[in-house]
Design a protein around this ligand. Structure first.
Ligand SMILES: Cc1cc2nc3c(=O)[nH]c(=O)nc-3n(C[C@H](O)[C@H](O)[C@H](O)COP(=O)(O)OP(=O)(O)OC[C@H]3O[C@@H](n4cnc5c(N)ncnc54)[C@H](O)[C@@H]3O)c2cc1C
Ligand code: SF4
Length: 328
């Protein structure tokens, strides 16, 4: 691990001042950051610990917008009874992520910025454009089983691993960020970048910006929602594929539908075509499978990851049927 200085922020103003200094990085729960630093995958010269800023921990569910402070713990959000009843896709995505010990320490803001689990990125020595720009991509001729079907490029084919982000992509979500020059809001779809020429640049955050909150439009579509995660083990494993589905229905007709995918793309991935395939249609088993097909119609398989297309289609179909079966 490279030497670094540590600063515990005492206020938001203090955090913003420190985060703007050269070489600074934010520490929240530390469950990802410390691993990356131990493996020399990231070597900030200055750590700004925001973990004691109580104002960033609040979760507000009363108004037109759900507001999740960036430091809200994954476990607390997962166990919130109101959210479980009204936005099960959100709480399920957190319940199915990591382990309870990690969820108690980890924050919902930090979760969004976790980095890929690509083994070549993590081994610290293989050529990897994400870790060492311009060095090449070992995965292109290596083990492609867990790699992306969407949003990849010739420079990087890794997946974004987070569950919470995949669920948020099914809702009208935005991210509130602060910097010394003020506050701005980023549509969630614009927070992460698909891999273009430089896969090392993963988000549209500007240097020194701190995520303060995750905002989700409060909507009845949340009630009939679910997050379905398919993985190699029953627990404590990242998604091989996952599907978040949210529906509004009038009788047995689907009036509004949102579908998003995890484990298969370079970023949390809204499958707009799957939503379109459902809206205005009567819910049937065949219609649910049509949505699964639409979700993966543009998938680009590489090497060994083609099996994720069939798996993903079935995951979407099953999630549609589960969501539709929930009370409105
Ligand atoms: C063994 C293991 C298994 C896991 N399994 C899963 C899983 O199945 N599904 C899943 O989704 N996740 C999984 N995770 C990831 C875990 O959920 C994340 O490590 C955690 O959510 C990160 O939150 P944190 O608060 O600890 O972030 P930190 O480690 O403190 O920070 C993570 C990143 O976010 C940045 N950051 C944090 N907060 C802010 C902020 N407010 N503003 C700007 N930047 C910020 C940091 O600089 C860093 O880059 C797993 C992790 C481990 C170690
Ligand atoms: S897929 Fe991306 S993260 Fe993995 S080796 Fe290639 S460039 Fe690195």
């Amino acid at each position: 691990m490279q030497p670094f200085t540590y600063h515990r922020a005492t206020s938001m103003a203090d955090a913003l001042r420190e985060a703007a200094l050269p070489g600074a990085a934010i520490l929240a729960g530390g469950t990802t950051m410390v691993d990356l630093m131990r493996g020399d995958l990231w070597a900030p010269s200055r750590l700004v610990d925001i973990g004691r800023l109580a104002e960033l921990e609040r979760v507000e569910t009363g108004g037109d917008t759900l507001r999740f402070g960036a430091l809200a713990r994954m476990a607390d959000v997962a166990e919130d009874a109101f959210l479980q009843a009204n936005y099960p896709a959100l709480t399920e995505s957190l319940q199915l992520a990591a382990s309870q010990q990690l969820r108690i320490a980890a924050t919902v803001g930090g979760n969004l910025l976790q980095r890929t689990r690509c083994p070549y990125f993590r081994d610290g020595s293989s050529p990897c454009n994400k870790r060492s720009p311009g060095s090449g991509c070992s995965a292109l001729r290596g083990d492609t089983r867990d790699m992306a079907l969407f949003g990849a490029s010739e420079r990087c084919i890794a997946t974004y691993p987070g569950d919470w982000g995949a669920a948020l992509a099914a809702f009208d979500t935005s991210i509130e960020v602060a910097s010394p020059s003020g506050t701005r809001t980023i549509p969630f779809a614009e927070l992460h970048r698909a891999y273009g020429d430089d896969p090392a640049v993963e988000t549209t955050l500007r240097p020194g910006e701190i995520i303060t909150a995750i905002l989700v439009a409060a909507t009845p579509i949340g009630r009939r929602s679910t997050y379905l995660k398919v993985r190699d083990r029953r627990s404590y494993a990242y998604a091989t594929v996952s599907a978040a589905v949210a529906l509004e229905m009038d009788g047995d007709t689907i009036t509004r539908a949102r579908v998003a995918l995890g484990g298969v793309a370079s970023k949390p991935w809204r499958a707009a075509a799957a939503g379109t395939a459902l809206e205005g249609q009567r819910l049937t088993r065949d219609r649910a499978f049509t949505a699964g097909e639409a979700a993966f119609a543009d998938a680009v398989p590489r090497g060994d990851n083609g099996f994720k297309i069939e798996l993903g289609r079935n995951a979407v179909a099953k999630a549609v049927l589960v969501a539709a079966g929930r009370a409105s």
